[in-house]
Design a protein. Structure first.
Length: 180
């Protein structure tokens, strides 16, 4: 894909950058009052959610950063209502995806189809992976993810968010949600 030249370094037509703040990749951004709440995709810093003071749009500043204590999780969704903030807590994708959760169902389906235990090759073929990848998936299956859910924070002081509760939900955690 080629770069499109824009006059004066503009990023897009009729859009002008007024500020820049260097943060790891983001999923959802929610603006409430004078703060922007940024949910981060998996990153090396284990950054979950950033709270940015945007009261001076030309000079945004990081008010608070919530890091995750679990390197197998990320929190890329964030919603705010009044003094409450909700963020998701979801399992990071592995190099072979989240197929460990699919493995029991695939085994059952193949056993029903063939009337016997499926071979490793049959399982790998059904999952569209290699047998080497299957070994990684089986290892992940033995250590199920137990941190999925959502977290509720008191943000009456956005510079010092306080965890109220981590609600566990099972599976890979919460991906999409809304609140009001």
């Amino acid at each position: 894909m080629g770069k499109i030249d824009r006059p004066n370094g503009a990023l897009a037509r009729n859009v002008r950058r007024i500020a820049h703040l260097d943060l790891p990749g983001a999923g959802q951004v929610t603006v409430a009052g004078r703060f922007a709440f940024v949910g981060h995709i998996p990153n090396k810093q284990n950054l979950g959610t950033s709270i940015i003071d945007i009261s001076d749009p030309g000079n945004p500043r990081l008010a608070a950063a919530i890091t995750l204590d679990d390197p197998t999780s990320h929190s890329h969704k964030v919603r705010v209502a009044g003094d409450l903030m909700v963020v998701n807590h979801e399992r990071n994708p592995t190099p072979v995806g989240r197929r460990a959760e699919q493995l029991p169902g695939v085994r059952r389906a193949l056993q029903d189809e063939h009337g016997r235990e499926p071979t490793r090759s049959e399982i790998a073929t059904r999952l569209n992976i290699t047998e080497t990848d299957l070994a990684a998936i089986e290892a992940a299956e033995k250590q199920p993810y137990r941190n999925g859910g959502f977290r509720l924070y008191d943000i009456s002081n956005p510079a010092a968010p306080k965890l109220i509760h981590h609600q566990l939900t099972g599976g890979i955690g919460v991906h999409r949600f809304d609140m009001d």
